[in-house]
Design a protein around this ligand. Structure first.
Ligand code: ADP
Ligand code: MG
Length: 260
């Protein structure tokens, strides 16, 4: 099944990565990468461990700076915008990191409410977190219901399964009002059935909410099955970038073989 994707998503964030290299000390993580991501499209970054997937995702929300080249979100160079503007841009980008970034000893409700922490100042955000208004709670509950975990709203996150935690992280990004969703290997901790459920959920949520969706994933077969576009990374460079239906099995195999 290849997902058809809406042609236009006016609110979604488009990205451009132009000739970007990233080094960590003497370690080159990305080497002159070009990537054009249209507003509202969905793609997967695939490649073996160490190929640069996480670094690429972190470039898109400016938590990693390019050593060379530039990264644009909505046409703005993220290295040149003011701190205020950068905060604003980041508040529109939902991030589901490999560890999900949830606070384990807080309840689901608080974790989702934290999605709006970045929007106001820290102290202004603390109050609604500790003493949520009824309207905020209802909004969170509606989101959780949509994701099938409404009954978990008062559970502590550390009592949840991997799949449930994924959903909390997705709910947090939705509550944040994200216009792009960046998810770093979101399925690696899930069994295959759960992985399928979660990928369908992410695709559905991104389409409904007109979000640009960039996933990194290890499982290329799963990526090929669900994502319209695959970007193969190898040793920090783009090995291929095309419609999933046009990616040859041999290309996928060489992605992994050459790395070894
Ligand atoms: P992936 O997510 O595909 O596994 P990464 O983007 O994490 O790849 O890493 C790309 C390369 O950069 C790897 O060689 C990795 O070892 C290196 N790297 C990543 N983060 C750091 C860091 N903080 N310090 C030094 N090297 C790093
Ligand atoms: Mg990674």
């Amino acid at each position: 099944m290849t997902t058809t994707w809406p042609e236009a998503a006016p609110d979604a964030i488009p990205f451009r990565v132009e000739g970007v290299s990233v080094s960590y000390g003497s370690q080159v993580a990305l080497d002159r990468v070009d990537l054009e991501i249209r507003a509202g499209e969905a793609l997967a970054l695939v490649g073996p461990s160490g190929s640069g997937k996480t670094t690429t995702l972190r470039l898109l929300n400016a938590t990693v700076e390019p050593t060379a080249g530039r990264v644009l979100a909505r046409g703005e160079d993220l290295a040149l915008v003011s701190d205020d503007r950068l905060r604003q841009v980041r508040s529109e980008i939902g991030v589901i990191s490999q560890d999900l970034g949830l606070v384990p000893n807080l309840r689901v409700l608080q974790n989702v409410l934290a999605g709006r922490l970045g929007r106001r100042g820290f102290f202004a955000s603390l109050r609604p977190l500790l003493f949520p208004r009824r309207a905020d709670m209802e909004e969170v509950l509606a989101l959780l219901d949509r994701l099938g975990i409404g009954d978990l709203i008062f559970q502590r996150v550390d009592s949840l399964s991997g799949g449930e935690r994924q959903r909390v992280a997705i709910a947090r990004a939705l509550y944040q009002g994200a216009k792009a969703l960046l998810a770093d290997e979101p399925f690696s901790a899930l069994d295959p059935a759960r992985a399928r459920e979660t990928i369908e959920l992410l695709l559905g949520v991104a389409r409904e909410n007109e979000m640009t969706l960039v996933l990194s994933m290890h499982d290329i077969e799963l990526a090929r099955e669900y994502l319209p576009r695959l970007v193969g990374l190898r040793g920090g460079a783009v090995a291929f970038d095309r419609a999933a239906s046009e990616v040859e099995r041999s290309e996928l195999e060489s992605l992994y073989r050459l790395e070894a």
